[in-house]
Design a protein around this ligand. Structure first.
Ligand code: 5RP
Length: 224
C-alpha cells in the first residue's frame, strides 16, 4: 500500500471515534483530509466541528459540515489529528502543515486526542523530523540563537521565497539536529522563551490513542 492509502485507511477508521450528537475537533494535514472526507458520510449525526486551520475549515464547509468557533463551544469530546512523529508514550511532533498553534488550542479544549498516522510516523525518540516552532517575527533570530545553544539548527520556513505567514499572522522556524529525550520538560522550557508562540512538541497535549496505518491494517496504540 502507498503512504496515502495508509493515511486514507486511518482517516476512515477514525470515524468510529466520533461521538454522535457531539461536536468533533478536527486537525490539519493530508491524513486529516481523508478523515474530513469520511466525516461527510455522517454529517447528519453531528452538530458540526471545531477546526484547527483555515484549510480544514474550507474543506469541512465544502462538505456542508458546520464549523464552530472554539469560544462558542465547551469541552470537545474528541480531537482527531495527524502527527509528524509519535513516540511510544504518545508524545508527538506536529506542525509540518504550519497549523500547530490552533492544533494545540483545540487539543487543549478536548477530552481525548486521537492521532491518525501512517506507520512511518512512529519513532523511538522525537527529533528526526525538523521541529516546527511558531514565533513572533521580531523574536525569530534571537530564538534561532537559543536553539543553536541547545545544538539545534533553526531556519525560517519560506513559501514562494518569502517567510511563510501562519493563519495567526506569525512566522515559523524548523529546527534540525535536536534529540528530544524529555518531551514534557523540553516543551515547558521552549514555551517560556519570549517570542515563542507555540513549540511543535505535543507532550502536555499528548495523544490518548493512535490509529496507526500499517500494511497489515490499523493498529491501535493506547497511551492512557
Ligand atoms: C499540521 C500537522 C499535521 O498533522 C502533520 O504535519 C501531519 O501531516 P500529514 O497528515 O499530511 O502527514 O501537524 O500542522
Amino acid at each position: 500500500m502507498t503512504q496515502d492509502e495508509l493515511k486514507a485507511m486511518v482517516g476512515r477508521a477514525a470515524l468510529e471515534q466520533v461521538v454522535p450528537g457531539q461536536i468533533v475537533g478536527v486537525g490539519t494535514g493530508s491524513t486529516v483530509n481523508h478523515f474530513i472526507d469520511a466525516l461527510a458520510t455522517m454529517k447528519d449525526r453531528i452538530p458540526g466541528a471545531v477546526s484547527s486551520s483555515e484549510a480544514s475549515t474550507a474543506r469541512l464547509q465544502a462538505h456542508g459540515i458546520p464549523v464552530f468557533d472554539c469560544n462558542d463551544v465547551g469541552e470537545i469530546a474528541v480531537y482527531i489529528d495527524g502527527a509528524d512523529e509519535i513516540d511510544p508514550a504518545g508524545h508527538m511532533i506536529k506542525g509540518g502543515g504550519a497549523a500547530l498553534t490552533r492544533e494545540k488550542i483545540v487539543a487543549a479544549q478536548s477530552r481525548r486526542f486521537v492521532c491518525i498516522a501512517d506507520a512511518s510516523k512512529l519513532v523511538d525518540r522525537l527529533g528526526a523530523f525538523p521541529l516546527p516552532v511558531e514565533v513572533i517575527p521580531m523574536a525569530a533570530q534571537r530564538i534561532v540563537r537559543q536553539f543553536a545553544a541547545l545544538g539545534g539548527q533553526a531556519t525560517l520556513r519560506l513559501k514562494d521565497g518569502q517567510p511563510l505567514v501562519t493563519d495567526n499572522g506569525q512566522h515559523l522556524l524548523d529546527v534540525r539536529g535536536l534529540a528530544i529525550n524529555d518531551p514534557l520538560g523540553f516543551e515547558s522550557e521552549v514555551n517560556q522563551w519570549p517570542g515563542v508562540v507555540t513549540v511543535g512538541v505535543f507532550a502536555h497535549q499528548k495523544a490518548q490513542l493512535c490509529l496507526l496505518g500499517t500494511p497489515e491494517g490499523v493498529r491501535s496504540l493506547r497511551f492512557d
